[in-house]
Design a protein around this ligand. Structure first.
Ligand SMILES: Nc1ncnc2c1ncn2[C@@H]1O[C@H](COP(=O)(O)OP(=O)(O)OP(=O)(O)O)[C@@H](O)[C@H]1O
Ligand SMILES: [Mg+2]
Length: 571
């Protein structure tokens, strides 16, 4: 038994309790900014001005033109659990205000030199100054209706916390993000943020939500987004996600809202990403701006001290709605892409010499159902027309609708990805036995990858055996195309998997298939024979989701005949 310490239980003084609470609510200048701006929004402000000095370490200030407070309320607002926003616990269900705990002001005031200047009506203002949680002055003052909170010397009396602050630029950036998020949540409110004397964000009140998004995220970013609108069961999802081809591994922006309240949830972000499936490069992270709406009693907003996270009753329903919403948006994108209808793009007849059963049926029921243009378009033309290889990288040919340009690497990657997925889950591929086996030296991580993926490697055609402590011997290799370099492909494939370059695939098989497809595909810069080009195109047009490669980049670009005619003044 552990001896019970014979200590008296003492009630902490309010100041100490506030400081402890401050540890949870106020972690850095950005969190103080967040609390103060949220208070201004809760007070119905139309304009909010935020100023930061030295990343907020020296001073930060939030001024609003909201309801303001009279003298008594101003003093009361600094008491713990003083809130005007809820009365009983049941009010928490579907609470509309940001604040409800009555903790923020006393917490911030307990770890700073704090001034509250507030007026319920113009002229009759009260100024309260607090140092480290102790009120040391209350005086009448002048101010328009509204409130200004100034916080100097944040954490001056809690050096341990001060030490954890990051660089000025990092603190300033985080504060900016906080303001940006709240500005996105409230397009009706004007915001101005000044960091060390420079205006870093300025948006007027009464902005339309889309205009606000453009103003905060920038036109360039917003141009890469596509709309999402999806309802599934009790969950509605609207907003934007990034086009697959524009997503990058770094620098993305993510903003989720639940019933108008911004929150964070990396699992929900992943659910959105899952909606991209193979349409995106596994390392790329799309930007996301999504509003989730559901009945208020389905969400608990009181689970995180800084209210950054929420809890859902039916989490799975939310995840599903996000994934399906993203998939739906991307599906629409594929349909709306300039490549036009899939079937219309496909050459109208098989290339000469193709076995008879590779007729139009090859293009599937879809091809038959969407007859692009009556008898004229089914006239034998298609692949009898020459295929031109441009820059040893692109294949150009004529289709019923215009000129089609295919990226040879992207196309081959797409084709291989689907074939490999089939091989991995069904029968393996026939491999070529090497007369002289390859011996390949690998790092520890790479050896582990080979071990973990032994079965998949074999299915795509690599028969691999350990050799000594650091090497493997490769007995058989696949042969996806005539210029295939088996040793290079094997090395790159294993290195990619070891480095996690293709991370982010929920499914290990998909990840393997995407990595293999990327490395095994014919590369840009390799010249192809006529027969090879025809073969590749035929396989591409037999695959599904052809407008994108596994990285989400375009595989096919089309120049419609009407466009040519328009440009040459024939129309
Ligand atoms: N800018 C402001 N304008 C008008 N009233 C304010 C302002 N800031 C704070 N108040 C008043 O002071 C009270 C206390 O604010 P505080 O932020 O400490 O708590 P809260 O917002 O109620 O809850 P939480 O701790 O969850 O933020 C608020 O309930 C509100 O009545
Ligand atoms: Mg508050």
């Amino acid at each position: 038994m552990v001896p019970i310490l014979s200590r008296r239980i003492a009630i902490l003084s309010n100041t100490v309790a506030d400081q402890i609470a401050a540890g949870e609510v106020v972690e850095r200048p950005a969190s103080a900014v967040k609390e103060l701006v949220e208070n201004a929004l809760d007070a119905g402000a139309r304009h909010i001005r935020i100023a930061l000095e030295n990343g907020g370490k020296t001073a930060l200030e939030v001024a609003d033109d909201g309801s303001g407070m009279g003298r008594d309320d101003a003093l009361r607002s600094l008491d713990r659990h003083a809130t005007s926003k809820i009365v009983s616990a049941t009010d928490l269900v579907g609470v509309q205000t940001f604040g409800f705990r009555g903790e923020a002001l006393p917490a911030i005031a307990s770890v700073s030199r704090f001034t509250l200047l507030t007026a319920e009506s113009a002229g009759e203002a009260t100024e309260v100054s607090v140092t480290g949680g102790r009120v040391n002055g209350v005086s009448p003052a002048a101010r328009q209706q509204g409130t200004t909170v100034t916080v100097r010397g944040l954490f001056f009396n809690t050096p341990a916390r001060r030490k954890f602050l990051r660089s000025v630029s990092s603190e300033a950036r985080q504060a900016w993000e906080v303001v940006a998020t709240l500005a996105l949540a409230h397009p009706g409110v004007g915001f101005e943020m000044v960091i060390d004397g420079r205006v870093r964000l300025a948006v007027p009140p009464d902005q339309a939500p889309d205009a606000r998004l453009s103003a905060v995220w920038g036109e360039d970013m917003v141009r890469t987004l596509i709309p999402v609108s999806w309802a599934q069961g009790p969950v509605k999802v609207t907003g934007y996600i990034q086009r697959p081809g524009d997503a990058k591994p770094t620098g993305r922006r993510v903003q989720l809202f639940i019933n108008g309240r911004p929150f964070r949830d990396s699992f929900l972000v992943r659910a959105v990403e899952a909606g991209y499936r193979s349409a995106i490069h596994p390392g790329d992270r799309p930007s996301i701006f999504l509003q989730i709406e559901t009945a208020p009693d389905q969400v608990d907003v009181n689970v995180h001290p800084a209210k950054l996270e929420v809890r859902f009753r039916e989490r799975l329903a939310v995840e599903r709605a996000l994934e399906e919403g993203a998939r739906d948006a991307l599906g629409t994108l594929a349909a709306a892409a300039p490549v036009g209808q899939w079937s219309g793009l496909a050459p109208t007849t098989p290339y000469p010499g193709a076995p008879a059963d590779l007729g139009p049926d090859l293009f599937g029921d879809e091809g038959a159902a969407i007859d692009p243009g009556g008898p004229a378009s089914t006239e034998p033309r298609g692949f009898e027309a020459p295929i031109l290889q441009l820059f040893d990288s692109y294949l150009a040919f004529e289709s019923a609708q215009g000129m089609v340009i295919v990226d040879q690497h992207a196309a081959h990657e797409r084709v291989l990805y689907e074939e490999v997925m089939a091989q991995l889950t069904d029968v393996g591929v026939a491999a070529q036995r090497l007369l002289l086996p390859l011996t390949i030296e690998l790092t520890d991580e790479e050896l582990e990858v080979v071990e973990v993926h032994a079965a998949q490697l074999e299915r795509v055609g690599f028969d691999v055996e350990p050799f000594g402590a650091r090497s493997v011997v490769v007995h058989t290799v696949p042969s996806p195309h005539p210029r295939f370099d088996a040793a290079a492909c094997f090395r790159e494939l294993v290195a990619d998997l070891a480095r996690g370059r293709f991370g982010g695939w929920a499914n290990r098989l998909e990840r393997f298939a995407a990595t293999y497809a990327c490395r095994a595909a014919v590369k840009a810069g390799q010249s192809l024979s006529d027969a090879e080009m025809r073969e590749l195109l035929l396989r591409l047009f037999a695959s599904t989701l052809p407008p994108h490669d596994v990285h989400g980049r375009a595989t096919i670009v089309q120049l419609p005949r009407e466009e040519l005619e328009r440009r040459f003044g024939r129309r």
